[in-house]
Design a protein around this ligand. Structure first.
Ligand code: KG4
Ligand code: ZN
Length: 344
């Protein structure tokens, strides 16, 4: 048997600068994430110009730290994987340029990973045996999609959001409430102390029989209107009640649609993915519902739900196994979908 294959994973698609070394697509030897939250906090959201500049400033240090933590040298690596889209073009370009330079100078395979697929592969870092076909729900700051995966690289989009992504709505509501950025973790914590029945917010598209698309702009507007109304009336807003009622509406829709997909496709496994997969209520409720259906839920550890290099390295390992290598003219693709894979 040869040496275990080590892949370096780079992730700069949005506002986290991340690098990781993963062994055989499964074992994390190191994972370094440099967060830019404090730079974007005053603006209540990610400012693309600031994001790309921050990536440039820290990427070399993040890369060095990832190698050091793993206890490996460049010469131990078997490939360089990078998220090349979807994401912010200036941010993606930093990771793509670094990955290309590294792979070229080290004479290593260059692997271009779809960032969304990367999120799914965070589940391969759990130690769970993954069996195809499977279903996956990606819920992040930019996407909310239900996917059917027949095998590695064979992905069918069953449903997606028609407007806002779930994470985006968390962030916008937190901004309105002056709770900072990103909004997901803080609203999640607040919701734990609130009454989920205090306010009734809409659950969009639940009535559409058999349909697996999502829509979250309605719940966002309802929550924002509710906050403004209460403020105008001079009432003290109970933040915990708003957070709990909002979270209840979002989680009910996500879990409801996941259940619908499971009943249509009858897979044995369901993989949760993306930043919102860190949500305590979503993790709990999905597990309860899927267990009743006899379906195994696999969830990444919370640290690998949000953007990180380890998920990119894991996905890169399986791309490499299939011989899916990138050319030297690889570029950032901000609006990347699921590529040559079938849609709906
Ligand atoms: O996957 P991710 O790191 O970046 C994208 O690819 O978009 O996701 C970030 C999103 C943010 O919108 C953040 O508010 C949300 O994930 N998020 C959460 C939680 N932790 C992060 N949303 C709800 N509950 C959480 N605990
Ligand atoms: Zn992401």
């Amino acid at each position: 048997m040869g040496q275990p294959l080590l892949i370096l994973g780079l992730e700069t698609s949005c506002d986290d600068t991340a690098a990781a070394v993963v062994q055989e697509g499964r074992t994390v030897l190191s994972s370094i994430v440099s967060s830019q939250d404090s730079f974007h906090l005053p603006f209540g959201g990610v400012v693309p110009e600031i994001a790309s500049r921050c990536h440039l400033e820290v990427i070399n240090a993040v890369l060095d730290a990832a190698l050091k933590q793993a206890g490996v040298a460049f010469s131990d690596l078997g490939g360089v994987a990078v998220s090349y889209g979807p994401g912010l073009v200036g941010s993606l370009l930093v990771g793509v340029s670094v990955a290309k330079s590294l792979a070229y100078t080290l004479d290593l395979p260059l692997i271009a990973v779809n960032h969304l697929e990367g999120h799914i592969y965070a589940n391969f870092l759990t130690g769970a045996a993954i069996t195809f076909p499977l279903l996956s729900l990606i819920v992040s700051g930019g996407h909310t999609s239900l996917l059917y995966m027949e095998d590695h690289g064979q992905i069918k989009v069953l449903g997606k959001t028609r407007d806002d992504a779930a994470g985006e709505v968390y962030d916008k509501i937190a901004r309105e409430l002056g709770l900072g950025f990103p909004g997901g973790p803080v609203l999640d914590r607040l919701a734990g102390r609130g009454d989920a029945t205090a306010f009734s917010f809409p659950r969009a598209l639940m009535g559409e029989k058999g349909k697996l698309d999502f829509s979250f702009s309605g719940v966002k507007t309802a929550v924002l209107n509710c906050i403004r109304r209460e403020t105008e009336k001079g009432r003290q807003i109970n933040l915990a009640d708003i957070a709990a009622s909002f979270q209840e509406a979002v989680v009910e829709v996500l879990v409801g649609k996941a259940l619908l997909a499971v009943r249509q496709k009858r897979t044995k496994q369901f993989l949760l993915a993306g930043g919102v997969a860190a949500n305590s209520q979503l993790r709990k409720r999905l597990e309860q519902v899927l267990t009743r259906e006899g379906v195994e839920l696999v969830r990444p550890p919370v640290e690998y739900c949000t953007d990180n290099g380890a998920m990119v390295a894991a996905a890169g390992y399986y791309y490499l196994q299939r011989g899916r290598l990138a050319a030297w003219n690889l570029n950032a693709v901000p609006n990347l979908g699921f590529g040559p894979l079938k849609n709906k």
